[in-house]
Design a binder for this molecule. Sequence first.
Ligand code: ZN
Ligand code: ZN
Length: 293
Amino acid sequence: MSFDLDKERSRLERKLEALRKKEFIPAPLLEIVARTAELQLEARGKVQVSLPDQIAPADAHAQGASLLPREQFPYDKAVTAETFGKLLALMAQSGGSMAEGATSLHKALEAREFSLEEACDALLQDDQLFFADWGARMPEAPSFVRYLVQGSLVPSLMAVSDLLAERRDTETVWSHGHCPHCGSMPLVASLRNKEGFRYLTCSLCRHEYRAKRLQCPFCGEEDHSKLEYFKAEGEAGFEVHVCRSCHCYLKVADFRELDRLSIPVLDDLESLALDILAREQGFVRPTQSAWGF
Ligand SMILES: [Zn+2]
Ligand SMILES: [Zn+2]
C-alpha cells in the first residue's frame, strides 16, 4: 500500500470543507486542525522507516499479540523533529492558550528541560505520568505537549503501520480489541460494505482494522444485552456504541447511505457533540482524540 500524497491532500480538502460547515467547531480550532493535518501529510510523504527484523510470530499474533509492541515502533527522527518545529511555530502564531503553551515550551527547550527524544519515548511507552507532569507545568494548555509530540510522530507511526499491513491478512476479523499492529486502543470506528463490517481506527498508529461488530473493544464484552447504541438528532451518520459492563463508549461513523467522506481522526472531531451526550449519560471515553479532547 503506497502513500499517494496528492490523493490524500484532495481527500483532506474535501473533508475540511465539510467540517467548516459545522457551526459548533470554532474557526480558529479548525484552522489549527487543518494546518496540523496538512503538515502531517507533507511529513508522511518524506518519512523513511523500516521494520525491525523481529515481529510477532504468526501463532502469537493469532492469540492476540500485536505484530510490534508500540514501544518498539521505529520513527524517522529527522522528519519528526522537523514536524515538531513546524507544529510549535504554528501554535505560537495561533494565539490564545496554544500560543501560551508554545511560549512555555520554548522556554523549556532553551533551558534544556524538554527533550523531544525523551518525549517521543514516553509517548511510545504510553508513559501517562510524563505527560501528566507536563500538563501540570502548563495549566494553560494541559494537553499541549502530548498533542505536539503525538502530532509529530504520527507520520512515522502510520508509515510503520503500512509496512506491518503487508505482513498480515488485513481482511480477517480481529477479535482482541486492541490494535493488531501496535496493541493500542481504538479511537473511533466506522461501518463499511453492504453488510456493515465494523472497522476500528487505532489511536496510535491509525491502522484501520476489521473487528467484530458486536463486541466491546475495551473489555471484550459480547453479551448483546450489555451492548447498546444511540444516535443523536442532527448528527446523521454517527452512532455511539456503549458497553454496560465497562461503561465505555465508542463513536461509529456510518456514511454508507450518505455522500460523505470518512477520515477517522476528523470524523472524531465532526462528531464532538456525541461525546458530550455520551459523557452526560455517564459513559467514559478511554482514548483521547488526536485534537486533545
Ligand atoms: Zn496501532
Ligand atoms: Zn466494555
